[in-house]
Design a protein. Structure first.
Length: 519
C-alpha cells in the first residue's frame, strides 16, 4: 500500500474517533444543562418587600454635598519670590480692618542681601559717572584735535594756493621786469658804445672812453643773461619743486585731519561702549535692589479690605491652617477675607451627571450646621475641565460646579465659609408619569426588568425606563399604575437573579422560554 493511501486511512480513522468524542461531550453538556435549567424552589418574597407603581410629577434632582465659600474673596497670596517662613500671623477668624497686618514673613536674609547689593549699586553708580565724564572729556578732546588739524590743513592749502597764485606770478613778473631792464641796458650800451667808437674815430674821444663803454655793455649783457637764467630756473625747477612741496604738505594735513577724526570716532565709540556697559551694570544692580525691596515689602501681608481672616491650609493634603514656622512659596495662597454677603457652594459632580447641568438651573441648599436653614440657589458655573482624582481613587473624574446662594442678606451673613451644605439641583421634570423606586429595577444584559407580584409569587417583567434621579426612575412601558413590584430585588430575589443569569447564558436565544419561566 502506498504512503498516500496509508495517510488517508489514518485520517479517516482519526475523524471517526473525533466525532465519537464530540458526541459524548454534547450528550454530557445537554445533561448538565438540563440539570441547571431545572427550576429550584425559591423562598417567598416577604409581604413588606413590595412597592406600588406611582403616577405623578417627576423631578430630576442632582444631590451633592459641598463646601460653602464666598463668591467674592479677597485672596492674600505670597508675592515674595523667595521661599521664606511665617514669623507671625493673626489667629483664624480674626476681624481686621483695611491695611492691618495679617501676616509677617521672614525677610532677614533678604535685608542682608539688599545691603550688599546697595554697596554694589553705589560702586556701579560711581563707575557710571566716571564713564560719563570720560565721554565728555573725549568729546572735547576730539573737538580740539579736529579743530587744530583743520587749521593746519587750511594753512597748508592757503600756503599752496598763495604761492601758486600770488608768490610765483610775482617772482616771474619781477624777473621778467629785470630782463626787460637788462635788455634795455644792453641796447643802450650798444648804442653808446657805437657812439663813443665813432667819436674816437673822429678824434673827439679817447680810447679809454671806448673801453669804459665796452665794459659797461659787457656788464649789461651779463645782467641780461643772468636775469634770463633766473627766470628759466624759476619756471622750470624752483616753482615746480615748491608747488610739489606745498601740495604734499596740504595733502598730508588733510590725511592728518582724517586720521584725527577716525581716531576721535574710535575713542568716542570706546567711551560710549564703556558708558553703555556701566549703564547696563548699574541698571542690573538697581533692578535687583528694587526687586529685593519689593520682596521685602511683600513679606508684610496687609488686609486689602475689612473682614474676617480665613487662613489657607498648610498643604493640599492637610486640614491644618498655616501658622508660625510654616514655609511658604511664591504665589502660594496664604489667607482670604471673604465677603459674607456673597456666598456660594462649591460642588464636585461626577462626570456621568455633568451633562445634565447648565447655567441658571435652580437649586435648594440645606445647611448641615444650621438645622432648618435652607436657601434658594442658582448654578453660576459649570467647569468643562475635569478635576484631578483624589486619594485613593485617582481615576475618578469630577467637575467643579458653583451654586450661588440667594436670599436675605441678614441670613446669609450668619453663614461661615467652610460649612458643609447639601445641594439639590433641579435639572429637569416631567408631569403625570409612572415611577418606581430606583432599586426596584434590575438590568440583565441590555434590558431592564422588575419582579411583578402575581398572587403569592412574582414573575419577571421587562420594562422600558426613562429619566431617573437618586430615588426613583420613570417607567415608560411594561407596568401600570397600582402594580406591586419587589422593592429591592437585588436582596430579596438574589437567588432568582443568579438562576436567571445562569439560564440566560445557556438559552439566550429562547426568549419565549425566558419570559415563560415561572419565578
Amino acid at each position: 500500500m502506498s504512503s498516500i493511501a496509508q495517510s488517508a486511512a489514518f485520517l479517516r480513522a482519526q475523524s471517526r474517533v473525533t466525532n465519537v468524542l464530540l458526541g459524548l461531550v454534547v450528550i454530557v453538556g445537554f445533561g448538565l444543562a438540563s440539570q441547571s435549567l431545572a427550576r429550584p424552589d425559591f423562598a417567598p418574597v416577604p409581604a413588606d418587600g413590595f412597592s406600588f407603581v406611582a403616577q405623578g410629577r417627576f423631578e430630576v434632582l442632582i444631590s451633592q454635598s459641598g463646601s460653602l465659600q464666598s463668591s467674592r474673596n479677597a485672596r492674600l497670596t505670597n508675592q515674595c519670590e523667595y521661599t521664606t517662613r511665617i514669623i507671625s500671623v493673626v489667629p483664624q477668624g480674626t476681624y481686621v480692618n483695611e491695611g492691618d497686618v495679617v501676616m509677617e514673613l521672614d525677610s532677614s536674609s533678604l535685608r542682608e542681601l539688599a545691603q550688599e547689593r546697595e554697596i554694589l549699586l553705589v560702586q556701579a553708580e560711581k563707575l557710571l559717572k566716571d564713564a560719563e565724564e570720560d565721554l565728555k572729556i573725549q568729546q572735547l578732546t576730539n573737538e580740539s584735535r579736529e579743530a587744530d588739524a583743520e587749521l593746519q590743513a587750511r594753512l597748508a592749502q592757503l600756503q599752496y594756493d598763495g604761492y601758486r597764485e600770488a608768490q610765483l606770478p610775482q617772482q616771474i613778473h619781477e624777473l621778467e621786469s629785470a630782463i626787460a631792464l637788462a635788455e634795455e641796458d644792453v641796447s643802450r650800451g650798444r648804442k653808446k658804445l657805437e657812439f663813443v667808437t665813432e667819436m674816437v674815430s673822429l678824434g673827439y674821444r679817447n680810447t679809454n672812453d671806448r673801453e669804459v663803454e665796452r665794459l659797461a655793455l659787457l656788464k649789461a649783457e651779463q645782467a641780461y643773461s643772468l636775469a634770463q637764467d633766473k627766470l628759466r630756473v624759476l619756471t622750470e625747477f624752483t616753482s615746480q619743486r615748491t608747488l610739489t612741496q606745498y601740495q604734499a604738505i596740504a595733502e598730508e594735513t588733510q590725511r592728518e585731519l582724517s586720521r584725527v577724526k577716525l581716531a576721535g570716532s574710535a575713542a568716542m565709540l570706546s567711551r560710549q561702549v564703556k558708558l553703555h556697559s556701566r549703564q547696563r551694570t548699574w541698571e542690573i544692580h538697581r533692578n535687583y535692589l528694587d526687586r529685593l525691596n519689593r520682596n521685602i515689602a511683600a513679606c508684610t501681608i496687609r488686609a486689602p479690605r475689612s473682614g474676617e481672616v480665613i487662613l489657607s491650609m498648610s498643604s493640599s493634603s492637610s486640614r491644618t491652617p498655616l501658622g508660625e514656622g510654616n514655609s511658604v512659596r511664591y504665589l502660594q495662597s496664604l489667607a482670604s477675607i471673604p465677603d459674607r454677603e456673597r456666598m456660594q457652594v462649591k460642588l464636585r459632580i461626577h462626570e456621568s451627571r455633568i451633562r445634565l447641568l447648565q447655567m441658571g438651573q435652580a437649586a435648594e441648599i440645606h445647611m448641615n450646621a444650621c438645622d432648618g436653614m435652607s436657601f434658594a440657589g442658582q448654578v453660576t458655573a459649570v467647569s468643562t475641565v475635569p478635576l484631578s482624582g483624589q486619594y485613593p481613587n485617582y481615576d475618578l473624574r469630577e467637575y467643579n460646579v458653583l451654586v450661588d446662594l440667594t436670599g436675605p442678606e441678614e441670613e446669609i451673613r450668619q453663614l461661615a465659609p467652610g460649612m458643609t451644605a447639601q445641594v439639590a439641583i433641579h435639572t429637569s421634570s416631567q408631569s403625570d408619569v409612572l415611577q418606581v423606586p430606583l432599586s426596584s429595577v434590575v438590568q440583565l444584559g441590555r434590558k431592564y426588568f422588575t419582579f411583578l407580584r402575581d398572587g403569592d409569587d412574582v414573575q419577571l417583567q421587562e420594562v422600558a425606563v426613562g429619566l431617573s434621579n437618586d430615588q426613583s426612575i420613570v417607567i415608560t412601558s411594561g407596568l401600570e399604575r397600582g402594580n406591586q413590584i419587589v422593592s429591592r430585588p437585588r436582596i430579596v430575589c438574589a437567588e432568582r437573579l443568579l438562576w436567571l443569569e445562569r439560564t440566560m447564558l445557556t438559552r439566550h436565544d429562547d426568549d419565549d422560554w425566558f419570559y415563560g419561566a415561572a419565578l
